[in-house]
Write a protein that binds this ligand. Structure first.
Ligand code: HEM
Length: 400
């Protein structure tokens, strides 16, 4: 059963699914940094929550004590789903070296600057088409009608799977990452996703295409053909990692611009401001928290971590640490010093960061080109998802 007790003490009993935390994690981290920078909870198993930049980066680099074999923030209740086909999990994100190293190498070329440039035209056309659908009405849900519709179609294009299935893909990814306390829904989504990719792999054995899935299947790993279960795991990861994350980052950026019209004005009138602004929006509204599993008993910052405990890689809190950033709660679009860790740190640093940045830039540019001045609709409710990936799920806006 999901633990729904209210949180009495954030230092010893934090709950990342508490509505208070989903709506405003920032003030919780501020309090914890002062009182107890590495918090703990026994909800959903013994779990630690670091809140400073230094600690998060140190933990990410200590791969001997903190393994990626279990990166799920909200664990499955009871037995994990039986997935003998996913023999290798979803590498590279769920693997330690050496499997991590070889599988990361397999996918990196698909997210190089050159490759990402080649996806820009289709991304721009997609964004413009989406804006066409609501621009005349004077209102839109910037999260559901726009941000949510973009990354899933770009990833479908890269994997070579039908863009018409975008809603199904989104449903699977949300069930796995977002509706994490609906265990049955999560199990079904995982099964749907795996069955789908098994069928797609079989099709490509007969007729290979010019897509990531075909290349994985017909490629080599350390001089050997790539096993089907490895192709399956990597493809599932690309879908899971590439959808919720970027849509949340685009959605949070649009939320910021809707609530800070002076920043929208700056970006609409000065395209040169965009690259630094994207980094700042990533820092301030970092969507992704990952987990690690403690491999052997270790003391970290005075905390007695036991083998099997979880540690949440709180990249979003690291990015709001006043020791690392001046005025961390202020969005300063042209912030010059910005070594944010929204994409992680160390060997698992995001493999899709070039793609994510391109999608964010193009999505914001195409929106501002047609809708430079917009606000949250009066009386409307903005809803946020939390847990592993934080971002707005409903963002009703109006524009003249
Ligand atoms: C704004 C959007 C995104 C954010 C904030 C983000 C964030 C992250 C973070 C924090 C990690 C590190 C995980 C860890 O340390 O355990 C990561 C890893 C990863 N991301 Fe992203 N990501 C984004 C978009 C994407 C996209 C578009 C893709 C494309 C498929 C992608 C693919 C990956 C992969 C494959 C890994 C695993 C890398 C490894 O384990 O070596 N991400 N991402």
């Amino acid at each position: 059963m999901t633990d729904v007790r209210p949180v009495a003490d954030w230092a010893s009993d934090f709950d990342v699914l508490a509505q208070e935390y989903v709506n405003d994690p920032f003030s919780v981290w501020d309090r914890l940094r002062g009182e107890c920078p590495v918090a703990h909870t026994d909800r959903r198993g013994s779990t630690w929550l670091p809140t400073t930049y230094r600690d998060v980066v140190d933990l990410a680099h200590d791969i001997d004590h903190f393994s990626s074999i279990d990166i799920i923030v909200i664990p499955f209740e009871g037995e994990p789903p039986e997935e003998p086909v996913l023999l290798y999990g979803i590498p590279p994100i769920s693997a330690d070296p050496p499997l991590h190293t070889s599988t990361r190498r397999m996918i990196l070329p698909w997210f190089s600057h050159r490759k990402v440039d080649s996806y820009e035209e289709m991304t721009r056309a997609l964004c413009a088409r989406l804006v066409d659908e609501f621009v005349e009405t004077g209102r839109a849900d910037a999260a559901a009608d726009y941000a949510q519709q973009i990354p899933v179609r770009v990833i479908a294009h890269i994997l070579g799977v039908p863009a018409e299935m975008a809603d199904t893909f989104t449903g699977w990814v949300r069930a796995v990452l977002e509706f994490a306390d609906d265990m049955e829904g999560r199990r079904e989504a995982f099964e749907g996703l795996v069955t789908f990719f098994i069928e797609e792999i079989e099709k490509r054995k007969v007729t290979p295409g010019d897509d990531l899935l075909s290349e994985l299947l017909h490629g080599e790993l350390d001089g050997q053909p790539v096993e089907d279960s490895l192709v399956l795991g990597v493809a599932a990861l690309v879908l899971i990692a590439g959808v919720d994350t970027t849509w949340s980052a685009i959605g949070s950026s649009l939320w910021h611009l809707a609530t800070h019209p002076e920043d929208a004005k700056t970006l609409a009138s000065d395209p040169e401001a965009m690259p630094l602004a994207i980094e700042e929006l990533l820092r301030a509204y970092s969507p992704v928290t990952m987990a690690r599993m403690v491999t052997q008993d270790v003391e970290f910052q005075g905390c007695p971590m036991k083998a099997g405990d979880k540690v949440l890689m709180n990249f979003p809190a690291a990015n709001r640490d006043p020791e690392a950033f001046d005025d961390p709660d202020q969005v300063i679009l042209d912030r010059a010093q910005n070594r944010h860790v929204a994409f992680g740190s160390g060997i698992h640093r995001c493999a899709g960061s070039n793609l994510a940045r391109m999608e964010m830039r193009v999505a914001i540019e195409e929106w501002l080109k047609r809708i430079p001045d917009f606000r949250i609709e009066e009386g409307a409710e903005v809803t946020w998802a939390g847990g592993q990936v934080r971002g707005p799920r409903n963002l009703p806006v109006v524009f003249p």
